[in-house]
Design a protein around this ligand. Sequence first.
Ligand code: BES
Ligand code: ZN
Ligand code: ZN
Length: 511
Amino acid sequence: MKIITISYKEAARKKNIFFSLFSAEGGSASGGQKESLAHDELFLNLPKRARSLLLKFTKTEFSGKEEEVKWLWTSLDAPERIAMFGWGEKSKWNGRKNQIVARRLVHYALKSEQKEFATPFGQSLGLPAKEGARVFTENALMASFDFNKYKEKPKAGWPEVKTIYLAANKDAHPEIKSGIAEGTIIGEEMNGCRELANTPGGDMTPILLASAAEKAAKHTGMKSKTLDEKEMAKLGMGGILGVAKGSNEKPRFIILEYFAGPKNQKPLVLVGKGVTFDTGGLNLKPENYIYEMHMDMSGGAAVIHGMAAIARLKLPINVVGIIPAVENMPSGSSYRPGDLLKTMSGKTIEVLNTDAEGRVILSDALWYGATKYKPGFMVDFATLTGAAHVALGNYSSAIFTNREKLQEKLTEIGKKSGDYVWPLPLWDEYLSEIKGTFGDLANVGSKDRWGGAIHGAKFLEQFTENTPWAHLDIAPRMTATESEFLAKGASGVGVRYIVELAKQYPNFISF
Ligand code: BES
Ligand code: ZN
Ligand code: ZN
């Protein structure tokens, strides 16, 4: 897909034109959108016949209410077809809807098999030109993605939007172009992340995930290194090796490095859960819960492609990615409930439930990140708990941090990036609930299951060596929901958060 910025005059001659319009305030009859159309430069450049047709149409057929889409033929000349998208009342607009604009247009174009369209730039976004273009572009790319590589290609090829023309004033073109360039990189890397996460467990084993990371590193100029099980054993990574025991697939410890910042800048360390399939282990998941568990490496995929985006954007920071990759399987050699695993930190984990494997592998990864790299900030991304999904529903990940002062900033990064996060507490009261009986820490709450997402986070905190750190439980956002105009499957959560965090990192660590 190509996104090109052009003048209003040129755009008015394109075959398909998409307008976004608000409804009149208070839900009264039309009139509001007529007003906004009359001031739209693209509209004013349309041939007279098309203009009057459109005005008439907005009076009789189209009210601009949310989710309304109407289109009309004008003639066989350009524009042949005009589609109008209703966005409801302007006063009810919020920043989150900025994410949906491009997706909705692309979704409609794909469904109605239109290969290109022109649309006025920034109609509703209310963002500076560069940011608006970035947001539009990344979302347009996200909406054009479909995980179809396992399907037979139709004769006519897959539906595709080849070109989007963004109509704008000439003087805004340089800013818009630079936003498009940035959004393209971010959108492509998000889709790369979704491709990895969607790939079935049999084709995305720890070894294959490591190859994917190495490939991404080669393409983007990052350094990569992968430790095998022997090297992990030497380092004493008993958490990762414990979880990996039940599977025929060997575990891997993936490390990516991109050092483009000042020499004395402490690195940003990103850790991603890389469970390539989570059956639950001996505490086997019931059938309804096991289905999507090939996506339990979504955090790892986000770290790989978030870092690839950082490298392609040439952001001037030092960043390290760490992904412990394992498969969690039940077998004669599985780790068992009651096992006491010695982690790299020296702390032991009492396994009460083999399905709480994410925190067990992350314990070694966080410890490794904290002690080897002395990060300025460390963040992990993990599809850690169903409890986070219960707490927040489908639209936000949970965020925890051991630096409460940073909480607001971390939430803002979510808003700015489109990867929304919402805080849950990390109070010491919760620590007593995950103390082990025979080991230092139990891998699930030992009294009851209330606050499962917090237990997970509190457990992870014990392995951070008090490094400034945040944990994103991305389980709620692992898959896209129906209302967001994205293909079924992995949402690509994390990639955009990582990019925005990396952009802000130099200011971020001065606190
Ligand atoms: N990978 C799962 C969590 C998950 C569930 C992610 C659904 C995405 C969608 C994790 O390993 C897990 O099984 N967690 C358990 C923890 C429990 C045993 C304390 C859970 O959430 O049930
Ligand atoms: Zn699990
Ligand atoms: Zn898991």
